[in-house]
Design a protein around this ligand. Structure first.
Ligand code: ADP
Ligand code: ASP
Ligand code: MG
Length: 408
């Protein structure tokens, strides 16, 4: 008897009818003899609706109260799914994150899971019940409700699979697997049967929202077999493998992009030891993640320093940078939210030269100016104006021969 954790995303549970269809899928898995733990998201649009409600009252709502608010989305779904399972004669029991005791730190809105004790999940499973768990939420040591960041139900699922030592974690979503790039931006994108864990980690961290990055990190750390599949069609989906080699020996496996970027520049700072720290220190201190960093060559003993952050953190980072500018006597602080990051990902890059030049040539031919570049062993990222996102993705997809058959 296998233990399977299945996660259903927002679109998959977007209506009562879809919730009933999910109940049938869960029952089929149970009839195959598997024990099933189900993790669900809020019904599609619900989390955004709740955020908009809060923002209609206040521009900066209290993070603790935001988590109390947002966690209700998933709570609705667990109850409705259990009601649907009961109606079809399947014993099932719902759990909020706090009831499973998914213990997190207290970083509201982006909490990290520290420990899962499992509560009475194992007893329920042993008694033949399906266990339905609210994704995206946990509880901190003080008993406060926390949430895990957008897309966090993926992480709940993988963390539950790790804690319960499940045989497989299946992420059911509105596409039938992981593609060479987001099929909504490039209809010629091709589904991958397998992707290495390392590549999936890069794709997720560089913006492919099909899996939340922390879910992939968890899968890697605890060796959780992970598969992305369609909620609506039968199929094998995409398996995230732990094999070293890229199965298809492609140079590039995929193209990721992120619209969530913002760029800040401080101009005319003194070129001396400690300046980078004076600039980045306060930003990191405010729990803002800094992504790309570029420092220009000094001219007249001063230099310019540019970095990117998540768009949500832009205003906070800008405020901090203005304070730093006064302290350092910098000339000016400028910034923009109108940028995106495009990235090529592939373990095959290690053994192939010339990827960067093909990438830059392709973008140049399309008249796309590159504002920043960063590279690692298995990825190359560029920052460009957001108006070039679709054009850039499609041109690169073509240039690296990633296209499959046209999807209708
Ligand atoms: P869910 O609500 O099920 O968690 P998400 O919207 O979070 O669904 O993730 C699925 C979406 O991820 C797809 O609809 C697709 O637009 C997007 N996506 C981005 N990059 C990729 C990719 N490389 N492969 C497949 N889907 C991708
Ligand atoms: N409901 C949350 C969100 O919309 C979590 C999730 O769906 O994974 O981000
Ligand atoms: Mg998601």
């Amino acid at each position: 008897m296998a233990l399977i954790v299945q996660k259903y995303g927002g679109t998959s549970v977007g209506t009562v009818e879809r919730i009933e269809a999910v109940a049938q899928k869960v029952i089929r898995a149970r009839q195959r003899g598997d024990k099933v733990v189900v993790v669900v998201s809020a019904m599609s649009g619900e989390t955004n609706r709740l955020i908009a409600l809060a923002n209609s009252i206040s521009e900066f709502p209290d993070p603790r109260e935001m988590d109390v608010l947002l966690s209700t989305g998933e709570q609705v779904t667990i109850a409705l799914l259990c009601i649907a399972l009961h109606k079809q004669g399947c014993p099932a029991c719902s759990y909020t994150g706090g009831q499973v005791r998914i213990l997190t730190d207290n970083a509201h809105g982006k909490a990290r899971i520290l420990e899962i004790d499992g509560g009475s999940v194992n007893e329920d499973l042993a008694a033949g019940r399906v266990v339905v768990i609210a994704g995206f939420q946990g509880v901190d040591e003080g008993g406060n409700i926390t949430t895990l960041g957008r897309g966090g139900s993926d992480t709940t699922a993988v963390a539950m699979a790790a804690a319960l030592k499940a045989d497989e974690c299946q992420i059911f979503t509105d596409v039938d697997g992981v593609y060479t790039t987001d099929p909504r931006v490039e209809p010629k994108a091709r589904k991958l049967d397998k992707i290495t864990f390392e590549e999936m980690l890069e794709m997720a961290s560089l913006g492919s929202k099909v899996l939340q990055i922390r879910s992939v990190e968890f899968a890697g750390k605890y060796n959780v077999p992970l598969r992305v599949l369609s909620s609506f069609e039968e199929g094998e989906g995409t398996l995230i493998t732990f094999e070293e080699e890229n199965m298809e020996e492609a140079k590039i496996s995929g193209i990721a992009f992120s619209r969530d970027e913002a760029k800040l520049t401080i101009l005319g700072v003194p070129d001396q030891p400690g300046v980078a720290y004076s600039i980045i220190g306060p930003v990191s201190g405010a729990n803002i993640e800094v992504d790309m960093i570029v420092q220009n060559i000094a001219k007249d003993d001063t230099t310019d320093f540019t970095f990117t952050v998540h768009r949500n953190d832009y205003h906070k980072a800008l405020e901090l940078l203005k304070e730093t500018a006064e302290v350092l006597g910098a000339r000016e602080v400028i910034g923009t939210k109108n940028i995106v990051k495009l990235s090529l990902v592939g373990v095959g890059m290690r053994s192939h030269a010339g990827i960067a030049s093909t990438m830059f040539e392709t973008l140049a031919k399309e008249g796309i100016n590159i504002q920043m570049i960063s590279t690692s062993e298995i990825k190359i990222s560029v920052v460009v104006d957001e108006k070039y996102l679709e054009l850039g993705v499609r041109a690169l997809h073509e240039a690296f021969g990633l296209a499959g058959e046209l999807k209708e």
